[in-house]
Design a protein around this ligand. Structure first.
Ligand SMILES: NC(=O)c1ccc[n+]([C@@H]2O[C@H](COP(=O)([O-])OP(=O)(O)OC[C@H]3O[C@@H](n4cnc5c(N)ncnc54)[C@H](OP(=O)(O)O)[C@@H]3O)[C@@H](O)[C@H]2O)c1
Length: 258
């Protein structure tokens, strides 16, 4: 039976991933701060699916607690799938934002998934198999609509995932970035937004079920609400073409006329 470690499994998107991987017969390692919620979910999934469920109550913004999750990824029963899902949003402009809250967001949305992936890949590469799912966001394409650093943390996860996919794909490790649009979870009220004012909310079960279709197809980037796949292909084609031939002399348009 494969084993899947999910961060942010106590509620929202992570809890639905836990239910879906449990239904696929995976053993689980569930991570979040709320031990009670993880315990309740774990007990329910053990009973329903005859799987083993480990609970790690950890605040991923705390380096020592993050290290316990890294240690679990490096030792014990092999982790076949890592779902880097735990995250938070910080709304409002960058100017005037609280530096301590920004540092905490960077710890949770950037540092933690990076170090957890680092801890997971050693064993995956050795075994020649495994998967890492990173939960990004479509806001990484909308920096002007989402000022502040939340969109930038999610842009990091997209670029990070694409780089990892290029490096690890040939070694048998599959990497997927999932980019949800607004989804009905508690993240927005926790960030101080009124959920009732957010248009086009996707239901969380629909989001995860669509993301898992992308997972089963081994897509590198899955954007569940995107109907026209050609738009993404055009975007990626432009991204691939843009850097070709760059370097050397400044372009003509950046030379001052004498
Ligand atoms: N909902 C959306 O509209 C949306 C859209 C795009 C992307 N996303 C991304 O999807 C992911 C999941 O978000 P969600 O919408 O499911 O939010 P959510 O309902 O607020 O769940 C967040 C999860 O992360 C955990 N978490 C938060 N801070 C943590 C910390 N310091 N240490 C450990 N775990 C922590 C929470 O558990 P505890 O509180 O128990 O620790 C919870 O399980 C995030 O990365 C988010 O950025 C969401």
């Amino acid at each position: 039976m494969p084993t899947t470690l999910i961060t942010g499994a106590s509620t929202g998107i992570g809890a639905v991933y836990a239910r879906r991987f449990a239904a696929r017969g995976h053993n689980l390692v569930l991570v979040a701060r709320s031990a009670e919620k993880l315990g309740d979910l774990g007990a329910e999934l053990r009973a329903a699916h005859d799987i083993s469920v480990e609970i790690i109550a950890a605040d991923l913004t705390d380096p020592a607690q993050l290290a316990t999750v890294e240690a679990r990824l490096r030792s014990g029963d092999a982790i076949d799938v890592l779902v880097n899902n735990a995250g938070a949003a910080l709304l409002g402009p960058f100017a005037g934002a609280d530096p301590a809250r920004m540092a905490q967001l960077l710890s949770l949305n950037v540092t933690a998934p990076t170090l957890l992936a680092s801890a997971a890949v050693g064993g995956m590469v050795k075994r020649g198999s495994g998967a890492i799912i990173n939960i990004g966001s479509v806001v990484s394409f909308m920096p002007a609509v989402f000022p502040g650093i939340y969109a930038a943390t999610k842009a990091y996860l997209l670029t990070f995932s694409q780089g990892l996919a290029a490096e690890l794909g040939p070694k048998g490790v599959y990497v997927q970035a999932v980019l949800p649009a607004a989804t009905r979870t508690d993240i927005w009220t926790k960030a101080g937004a009124d959920l009732a004012k957010i248009p086009n909310l996707m239901e969380v079960d629909d989001l995860v079920d669509a993301a898992l279709i992308g997972f089963d197809r081994r897509e590198t980037v899955t954007i569940p609400p995107l109907g026209d796949a050609g738009l993404w292909d055009a975007f990626e084609t432009a991204r691939a073409i843009l850097p070709s031939g760059l370097g050397g002399a400044p372009a003509e348009r950046y030379r001052r006329s004498a």
